[in-house]
Design a protein around this ligand. Structure first.
Ligand code: ADP
Length: 488
């Protein structure tokens, strides 16, 4: 029998027994098994040796003169909880053995015992110490890792008691009180968004996996805007092997600097767009004075050049309008005036308005209006959404194509589809077209002018209505944009 498979590991064992024969026997058998064995002939010496050196296993004879085995056992358990104690008992002392087990002995060996019996009991104990040591190592590794993370970490069990957290978390949530070990989550935070995502995770079905996230602002009403912290929390479940949810793990990041930068950027963009709009309008007026011949006769060549200049300036005006729009939406200024609207009426007006543009390209623009419920939305921004989508559909469809707009109730959502038979979008471009300023450059669309801001505006508005927008497309066959707005 091999007690330990890992030969680099030499377990330290102490045998405390007043019988020389037993001490010698144990020592011989276990030394052969690659153990480092010390012996003590009574409890006093044994305890002294334990105080000086740590042992993986201590074998204790229960019947000894002087300090009894039971007392030695109690001291070992108290002072060296990581050592495993095994008691050696005489024939008639089964009750003692049971009592010893109750006091924390790992196992017992009745006297007299064979070498194999000793090996079996010590072997079992060693397996146990290895497992305990592995768990302890893993724990301390985890603790160091978690403590040095700059992000906050919060682990709760199923009943929402805190089982692990780190200093970064305490700092972010401003907790300065007592230890939170095994305390309820409410001892740390009452933030509804944070507790909401943790509740959501703990309420998942067995085997279900989800990441729930929330932006939170701790001490919101407190120290004024300058000190405001913005945090992003992401919670996930942890499960046992059969998928049962055992608790939640939440990671919290400080996103204050990103928020501040974004706010600065929006303010800057808004200021610049505002500032360039009026000089651009002046330029346009001046060009019109020239083209109208109010400043003298204009030759056809000059008129042509002025026309081009005018179109470019018009493009710049549009760009500044869209930038201004986007920064207003992001600042939450546009989608404020929500009311009950019949979205299909708005879209019907738009479609009517855009027929001229469609006819210019010989495109058939159709609306399937249906009888749909009203939704709670901001009318102006809804116009903006569908004006962008329908304009795009017409713009990115070659002459003679078709653009269809239709609405339908899908579950708790009103879904509007804008589909075209146009150039379509390559699969790898699809995730990017909702990014600001992103424009797909292909042979066919190269000459089409645009800002790359239409779809980001659509997305921001739809999301401000708690809705979603997505696209399905096939190159050369056409695209369908799906907008979903919650019914109530
Ligand atoms: P813009 O149209 O000003 O370029 P958008 O943000 O509205 O900006 O659109 C981004 C890009 O997505 C466009 O440049 C175009 O390549 C692509 N796109 C948008 N709508 C369609 C469509 N219906 N069919 C094909 N491509 C489209």
């Amino acid at each position: 029998m091999v007690l330990i498979e890992d030969y680099t590991y030499q377990p330290k064992i102490l045998v405390i027994d007043d019988e020389e024969r037993i001490r010698r026997g144990c020592s011989k058998i276990l030394t052969k098994e690659n153990c480092l064995v010390d012996v003590a002939e009574n409890g006093e010496i044994g305890l002294k040796m334990i105080a000086e050196k740590s042992y993986d296993i201590v074998l204790i004879d229960l019947m000894m003169p002087g300090i009894g085995g039971m007392e030695v056992l109690a001291k070992v358990r108290e002072q060296h909880p990581d050592s495993v104690a095994i008691v050696i008992t005489g024939f008639a002392t089964l009750e003692h053995s049971i009592e010893a087990m109750k006091k924390g002995a790992f196992d017992f060996i009745p006297k007299p015992f064979t070498p194999d019996q000793l090996r079996v009991v010590v072997g079992k104990a060693l397996k146990m110490t290895r497992t305990l040591q592995d768990i302890a190592t893993e724990r301390s590794r985890l603790k160091i890792l978690v403590n040095y993370l700059t992000g906050g970490v919060l682990v709760t069990d199923k009943r929402k008691n805190i089982v692990l957290y780190n200093p970064a978390l305490l700092r972010m949530l401003g907790h300065e009180g007592d230890s939170l070990d095994d305390r309820p989550l409410s001892a740390l935070t009452t933030d509804e968004k944070l507790t909401g995502i943790i509740d959501g995770i703990l309420g998942l079905n067995p085997g279900e996996f989800k990441v729930l996230s929330a932006e939170i602002m701790p001490h919101e009403s407190g120290e004024g805007e300058f000190n405001q912290l913005y945090l992003r929390a992401q919670a996930v479940p942890f499960q046992n092997r059969s998928g049962e949810i055992l608790g939640s793990v939440t990671i919290i990041d400080d996103i204050t600097h990103l928020k501040k930068l974004d706010e600065m950027k929006s303010a800057f963009v808004s200021m610049v767009s505002h500032e360039i709009r009026s000089p651009l309008s002046t330029i346009l007026t001046q060009i019109k004075v020239l083209t109208d011949g109010l400043a003298g006769e204009v030759s056809p060549k000059q008129a042509d050049i002025l026309g081009k200049v005018s179109r470019k300036v018009q493009g710049l005006v549009e760009l500044s309008n869209e930038l201004l729009n986007l920064s207003r939406i992001e600042a939450g200024l546009i989608v404020q005036d929500k009311q009950q609207v019949q979205l299909m009426d708005i879209i019907e007006n738009l479609v009517g308005f855009m027929q001229t543009k469609a006819k210019e390209k010989n495109i058939s623009l159709n609306l399937q209006k249906g009888n749909l419920p009203v939704i709670n939305a901001d009318m102006k921004s809804m116009e903006e959404v569908f004006s962008n989508l329908i304009t795009n559909a017409i713009t990115y469809t070659p002459e003679g194509g078709t653009v269809n707009v239709a609405g339908e109730v899908k579950g708790n959502f009103l879904e509007i589809r804008v589909s075209d038979t146009g150039y379509g979008i390559a699969p790898d471009e699809i995730p990017r077209i909702f990014e600001r300023f992103y424009r797909v450059q292909t042979e066919k669309t190269r000459d089409i002018v645009g800002t790359g801001l239409g779809l980001p505006i659509v997305k921001s508005i739809v999301e401000a209505h708690n809705g979603t927008v997505r696209v399905e497309s096939k190159e050369g066959a056409g695209s369908t944009f799906y907008v979903r707005i919650p019914l109530q």
